[in-house]
Write a protein that binds this ligand. Sequence first.
Ligand code: ADP
Length: 245
Amino acid sequence: MSEKILDIENVTVSFDGFKALNNLTFNMEPGELRVIIGPNGAGKTTFLDVITGKVRPTEGSARFKGKDLTHLKEHEIARLGIGRKFQTPRVYLNLTPRENLEISCNRTKTVFDTLFKKTPQPERQTVSGLLETIGLSAQADVPAELLSHGQKQWLEIGMLVAQSPDLLLVDEPVAGLTDEETEHTGELLMALAESHSIIVIEHDMEFVRQIARQVTVLHEGSVLFEGSMNEVQTNPRVIEVYLGS
Ligand code: ADP
């Protein structure tokens, strides 16, 4: 039986009567890299909040690998294998990329324990491999505060991957990045998609074109359209929503 990695059915989220999500249905096969686009206020952030348990649906169901998420707490959902990257990198700036990744590999331990070796260190190979994957081997041992904005984003993506999630949620990973950094981010996400399911929220359409096979367009809390980037860009309803916003 093929099981969806994510199965959201008829989810509504009401804030004081206002429907941030309105009867939204969405599902994804394991191993997909899906990009979600939509005008401001379409419900993209609320959608991720429902998946991570930050916001509870008023109606509907949300399942991850068949497991009902709607009654779980945020940390329980994270432990099931869902990792979320927010727009602003949350790395320890006074630590090096290597140390940041070591801490993430030992997420259940305290920062102190990890740094002062009170617990077994993660395999050096694992951390070195991650540094290579994210393209920061050369910066492995400099304080993270010296990294560019793009490098910090990649480090945070590496920190999520270090926790071995099955599903990665990535919110606007290329906002404020240079063209080169944007391209590297796309390559990194596509490489990670070989072994993870990934949802990316993004506004940068060039970037969406670079990485996306399947795009979901949200509008007013519902799915307006799903298809390839070519289909999305030529769909009259999508064009109307974007031109009208
Ligand atoms: P997007 O990420 O696509 O810009 P959001 O999910 O942030 O959209 O918001 C969808 C709609 O829900 C917006 O109109 C927003 O103002 C509203 N909204 C989001 N969170 C809350 C909240 N906690 N209380 C009231 N309204 C909210």
